[in-house]
Design a protein around this ligand. Sequence first.
Ligand code: SF4
Ligand code: SF4
Length: 495
Amino acid sequence: MILEKPDKSGPNLDSVSVLDEHGSRKYVYPADVKGRWSRVKPWVYTVLIAIYAALPFVHIGGHPAVHIDLPNRHFYLFGATYNSQDFYLAFFVVAGIGFSLIVIAALWGRLWCGWACPQTVFLDGVFRRIERWIEGPAAKRRRLADGPLTLEKLWKGTLKHAIYLALSVTIAHVFLAYFTSVETLAAMIEDGPSGHMGTFMWAAIFTAIIYGNFWWFREQLCIVICPYGRLQSVLQDRDTINVQYDHVRGEPRGKVRAKEEDPSVGDCIDCGRCIAVCPTQIDIRSGPQLECIGCAYCIDACDDMMAKVGRPPGLIRYDSLAGVEEGQRRSYKRPRVIAYAVVGIILFTVAGIVMSKNDTFETNMIRVQGAPYQLTETTIENTFRIHVVNKRNGLTTFTVKPSAEFADDIFIPQSEVELKTFEGREIPVVVKLPLDRYKHGMKVHIIVTDTTSGESEDVGVEVLGPRRPVRKHKKPAHDGDEHGGEHERHGEETR
Ligand code: SF4
Ligand code: SF4
C-alpha cells in the first residue's frame, strides 16, 4: 500500500500549519481516509444539508418555516410570527444559542466545528468530495495543480469549477430564499434581473463569496476568521473531551520494528498518516492546537495504521487530556460547565416564556391631530384612531368594542375588522362623555378581541379635558348662535 505522505515541510510548530516559511498560503490536499467516523459523516452531512435546504420550502401555517423578511421587518419562525417590535427576543435566542455552543465547547471541544458547522458540512461533505471525484486522491491532485497546463488539467479544472459555480449559485439562492421566500424568489427569477437589480446583486455577491470560500479560502475561515475557533482555548479545560493523541502510549515514537528491539518505544510508528488526512495539516501529536477543527479523520487514519501493524486502536481518540495523562474518568459536572449551562438555560427559558406570551396582535391608540378635546354644553369629546395589527400566522377577525362601563360613551363605527398576517387597520374611536361623569385624568377602555384565539386586550386611554371641574355652560344671550355655543374647541388647558 502506498501511503499519502504529508507535505514535505511537515508540521511547523512555530507558525500556522497552512502557511509556508514566507507566510504564503499552502493549499491543502488532505488524503482520503476510511474508518468508523468517516463512514458516519456523510449521513450527518446529508441530514444537515437537507434541513438547511428544506427550511425555506416547508410551509407552516401558510408561511415558510423560516422567513426573515427584512424589508418589511416581519419574521416567520416555525409557525410563529414576529415583527420589529419583537426584535428584543432575538437577544435571548441568540445569546441562548451562543451559550449552548459554549457548553458544547466545554464538554466536547470542537464537536460543532467538526460535525455540524455549515463550513465543514459543505466543504467536507460536498466540495472536497467533488474535487476527489474529478481529480483523484490527494497526491494526484497536488501533482495536477503543481504540473504544467495539460489537456487533462484543463478539462478537469473546467468541469470542477463549472460544478462549483453551479453549486454556489444554488446555495446562494437557497440562502436568499430565507430572506425573500421561495415564491417571491421564483417570481423574480422568472422576471429576470433587470426588474430586481438589488436582489440580483445580492445573489451575485453571495455566489462569489460561496464560490471563493469553498474553492480557495477553505480552512482559512476556521483558522483566521471564525471567533468560535479562537475562543476554544478559554472554553476548554483538561476534562474537555476532544480528539486527543495518547502521548503516554504513543511516545517515544519509532518505526514498526523499533518496538520489537526496544519495548520502551511507544505505539506511534511515526507514519505521518494523521497529518496527511488532516484538513488543516497539523500534527495532532504536538498537543491541542487552534487549527484542529475536531473532524476526527486522524482517529480513523491512526486506527487504520494500528490495525495494519497489529496494535490496539485508540492511539488517537475522543478523550480528555486528564483521561490521557491520568486515566481519569470523564467528568461532566464541572464548575465551568455548570456555570455556562445555567446561563444558557436561563436565557432559553426567558426566551421561551417571552415568545410563548408574545401577543398575536398589537394595538395602539393614536389621538387625532388638532384640538385634543371638544367641549359642548353637556359633553366632552375626544377623538382617536385605534391601530390594530394582526401578528397571527393567518387571517383573523378582530372585534373592537368599548368596555361595559363605557358602552354608551364610546362610538366605534367599524367594530369588526378582518386582517391578514401583519396587516394593520386604523379604526376611528369617538369618546363622548357627559360632563358630570368626566374627571380630570380619567381613562376609558376599549376591548380588542382576536376572535380566532379569543385573546383580548384592554386598551386604556386618558380622556383629555380641562383640569378644573367643568361647570355647565350657560346658554349664550345672543340669538344669532343657533347651536347655543356647542362645539367649542379647547386644548391649551391640557397641554
Ligand atoms: S488534528 Fe485530527 S481532528 Fe484535528 S483537524 Fe486534523 S484531522 Fe481533524
Ligand atoms: S497515524 Fe498514528 S501511528 Fe501514524 S504518526 Fe499519526 S499517531 Fe503515529
